[in-house]
Design a protein around this ligand. Sequence first.
Ligand code: TA6
Length: 311
Amino acid sequence: MCIKRADNGRLCAFNAGMELPDCVQLTHPVADYPVYVIKHPKARARVALHGAHLLEWTPTKQKPVIYLSPQAVFEEGKAVRGGVPVCWPWFGPSMDDAALPMHGFVRNRFWKLESAVQDKSEVRLKFTLKDSAKTRKLWPHAFELSLEMFIGATLHLALKMKNTGDDTLFITDALHTYLCVGDVTQVSVSGLERMEYLDRVGPPVVRQQRGKVTFSQEVDRDYAARGSVVLNDGSLGRQLKIRAEGSRSTVVWNPWIKKSKRLVDLPDDAYQTFVCIETANAWRDEQLLAPGAVHSLAFTLECTALDAAGE
Ligand code: TA6
């Protein structure tokens, strides 16, 4: 069912398997694993229904910006390596039960595509997920999530969470964004100078950032930072600016050599070609969500040429 709108956008209200706008095509890279392919004048992208997982985003005339491992596994219950995994309702290991999946459970299950709108500047997709008997076995709480994606010359993702139960929820979360880089040794990240961070490489310890973040070993840090962060890529001659909303932590991760070799869904040399900059509420930034309360965690990502100021 499609409703024509005055702005030439086409709102296609979705029931299962209904028609999609012209620039969105449903594919199945493996059986029963829907992936939406977006070919819009402003950008190309791929989004898996599993985890409402943005897999790739390439603005027109740019090299790919969102990194996807060539060894990523498309299987129900398995988190995809790369893209933008949604880590919710906990970031990292569960504080209640170490046997529970890392980074929560919503990235490991199929969501529902609620709507898709296409206009001359972007494609807007909305996915939803709410609690079920299965999720309540993992985490005994009621919730509603929506993830909205605005895919065009820039990328905007907004995760909206609602507490639909009677207990206060304690949430840590992240939009765990994998960013393509040309050569990690020619990358610096600015916007975190002088910020305190939890260094998770080795025994966790709190440190203070001196200068820009650079990469010559494994980096796994939760910065007490909100606002914008800029990745300067000397090799590709571009800047990736990430502007966060509803986030009080920024996680920066690069697995370096040993961890790249250990992760089977990642090529051994992959550490050279991506950096994760994650829009989060982690470390000391656990959020309390009262019954009926709503919170939104979002980022806007744009890719521009590296200017002298960005060096
Ligand atoms: O990005 C921070 C981090 O917690 C790292 O410690 C590393 O484990 C990464 O997430 C990937 O986690 P995953 O469960 O997707 O392998």
